[in-house]
Design a protein around this ligand. Sequence first.
Ligand SMILES: [Zn+2]
Length: 369
Amino acid sequence: MKTKNHKREMTKEERKMERKRVLMIISFFLWGICLLIAGIGVWKAATSAPDSSQNQSSENDNKKNSNKKTKTEMSDTGDSIETWTVWTTDQVRLRAKANGDAEVLDVIPRNTELTASRETGEWVEVTYEKQEGFVSKEYITTEKPEDKLTSQVQRPAGPTGGHVICIDPGHQSSGDSTPEPNGPGSATMKARVTGGTSGRTTGVPEYQLNLAIGLQLQQELQARGYTVYMTRTSHDVNISNKERAEYATSVGAEITVRLHANGAENTGLSGALALSPSAGNPYVAHLANASQTLSGCVLNAYCSATGMNNQGVQANDTMTGINWCTMPVTILEMGYMTNPNDDCNMQDRGFQYNMVQGIANGIDQYFGY
Ligand SMILES: [Zn+2]
C-alpha cells in the first residue's frame, strides 16, 4: 500500500522532528532555570551585600526600633562626636547637670527638636538655643512628632526657672462656720471658710467660678514652666483659710494667688481689685511690700487683658488667708458677680481665656519675665 508506506515514512520523520522539538524545549527550559537562578543570585547580592558602603542604612536597620539616626560631627577640639536628633514630648527642663536637683537653665517647649550628644543614666545631654544641658529621657523621643505645633501659648521671652506658685481658688461647695483664729496668736476668731457670693444673672456660685479659673490658670502657668500647687481641685472639700495658707507654706510656694469674685448691693459696681496686707499688718507686715507689688502686677495685667475696670490694690488686714501666709500673697477679686456684665463675661470661655492670660502675665511680670 503505497499510501500506507508513505504514511509510515512520514510518521518516522515526524517522530524524529518531535524528539528534536522536545529536546529543544527541555534545553530552553533548563536554560531558563539557570538564568533565573543566576538572576536571583545577582539580585540578592545587590540588595544585601554592600553593607559597608551603606553605613547609614545599615545603622537605620539596626536601630529601627529606637529610630535613632546618629551622625558624626567634629567637636571644637577636633574629636569626633556622635550626635542624634531628639524631640521633646512635653515641656521639659534643661538642667545644668544630669540630675533632678541641678540648676534649671531653661524650659524647653513641647515638640522641640534638639541635638543630643551623650547619654548618662536617665539623662541625655542636649543643645538647646546654644545652651548645653541635660534633659530627662522620660520627656524625649527619637520619633519625629507628627505635628510640629508647639504649645499654643506664646510665652514671654526668657525662662521662668520653675518658680513655685500656690493657687487658692476661694471657697468650696459649702462654708464652714466653725471659728479659727484670724492670724497667728490672734484672739479674733473668724469662720473657717465662707460660702462666697454667686452670679446675680448667671446663678453660678463663686466657688465654681474660682475653681474654673484656678484650673485654667494652673494649666497656663505650668505651660509657662512654673510649678503649681492647688489648695483644691474640686468643690467638695473642707479646707479653712488658715489651712490654705499653711498648705502654701508646706509646698514651698514662693507666692500665693487667691482667686475670688466680688459681690455688692449696688449691682452697678463692676471691675476688679486686689487685696494685700498693709505695712501695719500685725502678722505679715514684712510681706506687705512684696504682696503689694504682686497685687499690682497681677491686677494691672488682668485688667489690661480683660478690659475690666481697675479698682486698684487695696490694703486689707482682716483676711485669715493673708494673715497666716508666709510668702507674698494677693487676693484677686476678679469682678462683681452682682454686676450683670461682669457676671456674664466671667462665664464666657473666651473672656475666661483672657482672664487667665492676664493673671499669668502679671505673675510673669512679678518674677521679672
Ligand atoms: Zn470670695
